[in-house]
Design a binder for this molecule. Structure first.
Ligand code: PEP
Ligand code: MN
Length: 347
């Protein structure tokens, strides 16, 4: 439920609404907007005494949010959420953000070379897994904390923000110490205790769509994070299971548009996992920007043939350079730009 305040409502009137909501045993989320403030009532169990709210000074009207996902819905917040990172990069605003890097952090040389090159080409966020969710228990599982330290080193040298996955609640605190964005992987999308932990970790979260999850399930998973008090959530389309075997996954570009209709959260597209094949990554990256994605997350490796994971879908550094040139043109064609680094790269 949303309590919409009149234009020009005073902070005292807003405070009275917050107190009335809390007196009834619910949580209140005041949200200042460009036109007017709304106060969200969190935890509505259907027994809210509306009459206590409508009569208060400064209240314009009450809106009932019809979707089961409340706080992440467009109904709750018509304005786009813009997630701002420590390096000044904004995701969900006018500019399209490029996140790039290897599937896994493998060595100091690999991650530093990759970071410098993708940064020079215009990426503003470095991806790289230190804890890897592998289908086989015998595959490379990641460097763990050593991988996180290498990512931090790359950030120091380049100014790039870091996105890296948290696999379990045990390592959430550690990942949150190093990451600028905590990634929740497709295999973990409905791990509700992990989602709750991510919502309490104090960092923005990139939530990937489960490989057989509906958009509604993705939005409800995001609601778990926001309900814990973390509003900086980005949704990621990374392809879903498919009956056809020509691609690893079915990259659902419609999800980009649908999510923008249903939610105010930024939408990130992952054409690397979405297609699973290097040759398909460029065309689908261009298509995702054209469709309106707020960011791309791309797997890039200095030597894809030797990659410890996902080499078959990783671009090499030269291919990434070439793709960036094309993405500038596509963004320009729809009146957007590729986000530039705000803090100049050092080192
Ligand atoms: C990854 O980003 O490398 C990854 C494992 O992604 P997903 O969870 O989408 O499979
Ligand atoms: Mn990968």
């Amino acid at each position: 439920m949303l309590v919409v305040m009149r234009h020009g409502a005073t902070s005292g009137q807003i405070g009275d609404v917050v107190r009335a909501i809390e007196d009834m045993g619910y949580r209140a989320r005041p949200m200042p907007g460009a036109q007017r403030t709304t106060v969200g009532l969190v935890g509505n169990d259907g027994r809210v005494q509306e009459s206590r709210l409508v009569g208060l000074d400064g209240v314009l009207r009450i809106i009932h949010v019809s979707q089961p996902y409340k706080q992440v819905s467009r109904e709750w917040c018509p304005e786009d959420t813009v997630v701002e990172l420590d390096n000044g990069v904004k995701i969900g605003g006018e500019d399209v953000v490029i996140m790039a890097g290897p599937c896994s952090v493998e060595s100091r040389e690999q991650i530093l070379e990759c970071a410098h090159r993708v940064g020079a080409a215009g990426a503003t966020v470095l991806r790289g897994g230190a804890f890897k969710p592998r289908t086989s228990p015998y595959s490379f599982q990641g460097l763990g904390e050593e991988g996180l330290r290498l990512l931090a080193r790359a950030r120091e040298e380049t100014g790039l923000a870091i996105v890296t996955e948290a696999l379990d609640t045990d390592s959430m605190g550690l990942v949150a110490e190093y990451a600028d964005i905590i990634q929740i992987g497709a295999r973990s999308m409905q791990n509700y205790s992990l989602l709750r932990a991510a919502g309490r970790a104090g960092k923005p979260v990139l939530l990937k769509r489960g490989m057989a999850a509906t958009i509604k399930e993705l939005l409800l998973a995001a609601e778990y994070i926001v309900a814990e008090g973390e509003p900086r959530v980005m949704l990621c389309e990374r392809g879903v299971r498919n009956f056809d075997t020509h691609a690893r996954n079915l990259f659902d570009l419609t999800a980009v548009v649908t999510i923008q209709e249903l939610s105010h959260l930024p939408i990130v597209a992952d054409p690397s996992h979405g297609t699973g094949a290097r040759a398909k990554v460029g065309p689908m990256s261009r298509a995702a920007v054209a469709a309106g994605a707020d960011a791309l997350i791309l797997e890039v490796h200095p030597d894809p043939a030797s990659a410890a994971s996902d080499g078959q879908q990783s671009l090499n550094l030269d291919q990434f350079d070439a793709l960036m040139v094309e993405l500038h043109a596509v963004a320009g064609a729809i009146g957007r730009r590729i986000a530039r680094a705000v803090v100049s790269a050092h080192g």
